[in-house]
Design a protein around this ligand. Sequence first.
Ligand code: NAD
Length: 506
Amino acid sequence: MNAPASQAVLAPTVKLLINGQLVESKTTQWRNVVNPATQEVLARVPFATPEEINLAVSSAKEAFKTWKKTPIGTRARIFLKLQQLIRENMKELAAILTAEQGKTLPDAEGDVFRGLEVVEHAANIGTLQLGELANNVANGVDTYTLNQPLGVCAGITPFNFPAMIPLWMFPMAIATGNTFVLKPSEQDPMVTMRLCELALEAGVPPGVLNVIHGGEDAVNAICDHPDIKAISFVGSTKVGTHVYNRASLNGKRVQCMMGAKNHAIVLPDANKEQSLNALAGAAFGAAGQRCMALSVVVLVGEARNWIPELVAKAKTLKVSGGTEAGTDVGPVVSCAALSRVESLIERGIADGAKLELDGRKPQVAGYEKGNFVGPTIFSGVKPGMSVYDQEIFGPVLCIAEAADIDEAIAFINANPNGNGTAIFTQSGAAARKFQEEIDVGQVGINVPIPVPVPLFSFTGSRASKLGDLGPYGKQVVMFYTQTKTVTARWFDDSTTSHGVNTTISL
Ligand code: NAD
């Protein structure tokens, strides 16, 4: 957005994917995709017209007629091929991701890899989508279930994991027999598009996977479209709540994974070196732009004396462009994100939190125009301060203190969010107490970012989630299918007829 107009005009356009074709949008509304480390305009992304959105949905609806009947093995084999293509193209995917999103190259590979794991899981769809059968529920009667696809499903994704989160969605939806319309983040749609191209190369038939681009209008069109049966959303709490309400009112199945404020408890018996390393990595990695970033640490008892060492660790992290070797903290995604983070730091100071480490306006040689903010640490943070109440989504760690584990657990449970949390301790009893009493959907025990692998599902809770089933894993198979329960009796010629029966029995 900040680049000279001439640069923008020369930039390539991001295509829509409709009915198996990559097509140029006819829209008049475009947005620049900008490298956050340099402000270079990488591409221009269209805001699809209502006609183009309708075309994407109608091609998905048409494709569903045959895709839903495509054999399990055929569907699964496409995802076996896709996982191979993603592995072969890992470096290219990571490079695109780093250029448009900013995270470091190794972290970008991690982003792709965590999505790849879902693709691998989708390739096993036959065993995941099995129904159940009960033999002889009455005389000569069996009951069994079919887990059938819903139809056209849609996904709306955020900027912070432009590979992993689209891969949470379309592989599982398509593998279970649905067709899909994806609306990636307009801030960094390029790696998502490359993954969709690989999906076509892997054999996803025309119309089964479609991509439209845009912002609010495109999202509202998805919420309102009568032919879309289910929506998976990942993004902020404000937008997710809107999507949940609007799409639910339209009778759709909706799941929304939303904002967070993830707390870690550090008990004084924790392994100090390991815990401080984990905290610094989880707070400042990806420039704090992870929904599972640890943004609040509650130091219990004597652990409150560890602040200087935590600050010292944070100071060792290298802030630079994501393509530079050894970079720990890349830029935040946009100029707007940078000014938001900086203004929240100012609010933190004004609210009376103690600024232990100020990461504002770092000197980053070679990347003078980048959206950088270095690791920042506040201590003495309390509810009521903006830095505590809001999700900062930048490399800012807030430190609070508690006298004991009970006080620390009560502190976390009083926060409305429930995405992730962690405890650092050597005590099994303390860890088990935490696991039992904490009201947060994803819990780490000496694990700072406990994102479940796809054998499980992502299980954020409370204000971080709307809808009852999670993305990927077993839960999403239920989300993307309708259970049909069949109760069957077969007569043979020897079956004695007992005449008309007007009771409810089988
Ligand atoms: P966002 O809510 O701004 O955008 C998400 C999607 O909604 C994008 O596709 C965007 O185009 C669309 N959108 C934006 N504004 C809209 C509006 N007014 N009306 C309708 N649609 C709109 O989120 P973001 O900034 O891209 O991502 C960061 C947020 O996502 C953070 O809050 C983070 O915690 C959250 N997140 C949550 C999870 C999770 O699993 N819980 C995972 C990743 C990110």
